[in-house]
Ligand binder design. Structure first.
Ligand SMILES: [Zn+2]
Length: 377
């Protein structure tokens, strides 16, 4: 394979900035970042003016995009539509996310994931199951009639993929340590979410099985003076990452800044929690037969509850920078940190030997191009 190159006035490699340099890759791997003046004239280079190149964005919670919802059609074709819609927003890789569903639908989704991974569908890292092992008191837009506490037998019956990343959001107060350990042994990353846990329901022996907390502040027991809740526990548990939605609607910007101040470096990461309306001209879609509409930039169900977000990763990044978090840190919150949360060792940095994955943003943080598995889109 020939050597390829892209260049921009600024490249952020996940650790430091390089000015007027080019990112070089061959096949699916990064070779180097070199100053433009040292680049051989034989290497074709695509120049992006007024731009910044950073590690490819990774969104670990995407329910839909391009007018489709993963829940409505659990197929590799839907995964492809979703990844294409989010690529326009700078996302190189994502986890298609299944909202609480029946065991039959969960099985279909897991098989579709296996198929997508076998076929090397660009941009799909694995799957995120958000439920149905959730707490009805924090159901959000999920159908709580589908919720249950999983037995080992019910977990064993599902066709788990044998490759890729598996992220499971569950209300850990409703899942026993035996089930959590079984999922861990399957290679799952466990995140506590849609949880009404008290601080006392999240003791150390449970927390050691919890890798993260899903969409911090949303659909979880709040932090109060006499009751730290899931939010307080998430903020206090240094080993656990927290994902957060930065659309300015789900979480107040000041609460995002507060979480950023409290969590150790690397443990706060951005998710979009995007729905089918992202990258689509339609401002309505169906979820489990219920109509979800965009009203003033908010996605709401018929009860008026927030039902996911109407935002892309590039806009989420722009918001967090505008609110005052350092640019390099925000770029890592959308790339390096989610890669670490999922233990993807070859993603999250622009380093020799790492996967050829990058996001090119305008100086206003709008996506201009995305490099996925060595292909520039
Ligand atoms: Zn949720």
């Amino acid at each position: 394979m020939i050597l390829n190159a892209i260049s921009a006035p600024r490249i952020f490699d996940g650790r430091q900035y390089h000015s007027n340099s080019a990112l070089l890759w061959r096949d699916n791997h990064i070779e180097a970042i070199v100053p433009l003046e040292e680049l051989s004239s034989e290497i074709p280079v695509q120049l992006f003016s007024d731009s910044i190149i950073c590690p490819g964005f990774i969104d670990i919670q995407v329910n839909g995009g391009g007018g489709v919802m993963f829940n409505n059609d659990t197929t590799p074709a839907t995964m492809q539509t979703i990844t294409e819609a989010h690529r326009k927003h700078g996302t190189a890789y994502l986890l298609p996310t299944l909202i609480s569903a029946t065991p039959t639908k969960i099985s279909e989704a897991l098989l579709a994931c296996q198929q997508a991974l076998n076929d090397r569908l660009p941009g799909v890292l694995g799957i995120h199951l958000e439920g149905p092992w959730l707490n009805p008191a924090k159901k959000g837009a999920h159908d709580s009639t589908l919720f249950y506490s999983p037995s080992l037998e019910s977990l064993q019956q599902l066709p788990w993929p044998d490759k890729g990343q598996l992220l499971i959001t569950c209300a850990t107060e409703r899942v026993d340590v035996g089930a959590l350990s079984w999922l861990e042994a399957k290679g799952a990353t466990i995140s506590c979410g849609h949880s009404n846990a008290t601080f006392e329901q999240l003791p150390a022996e449970k927390l050691k099985h919890i890798d993260g907390f899903t969409h911090l502040f949303n659909a979880m027991s709040p932090l109060e003076g006499r009751a730290p809740g899931a939010v307080g526990t998430a903020l206090l548990t240094d080993h656990a990452w927290c994902s957060i939605i930065t659309d300015g609607i789900h979480v107040h910007p000041q609460s995002v800044l507060l979480a950023h101040r409290i969590k150790p470096k690397g443990k706060l990461l951005i998710v979009t929690d995007a729905m089918g309306s992202v990258g689509s001209a339609n401002d309505q879609f169906e979820l489990d037969g219920e109509v979800i509409s965009v009203v003033n930039g908010k996605l709401v169900n018929q009860e008026g509850s927030l039902a996911g977000a109407h935002i892309g990763m590039d806009e989420s990044v722009a918001n967090a920078i505008q609110w005052g978090i350092d640019e390099a840190e925000v770029l890592k919150m959308a790339s390096t940190y989610p890669a670490q949360a999922l233990k993807c060792e070859q993603l999250g940095y622009l380093r020799p030997g790492f996967k050829a994955a990058a996001t090119v943003l305008s100086n206003e943080y709008q996506s201009r191009a995305v490099l996925v598995d060595g292909k520039l889109y």
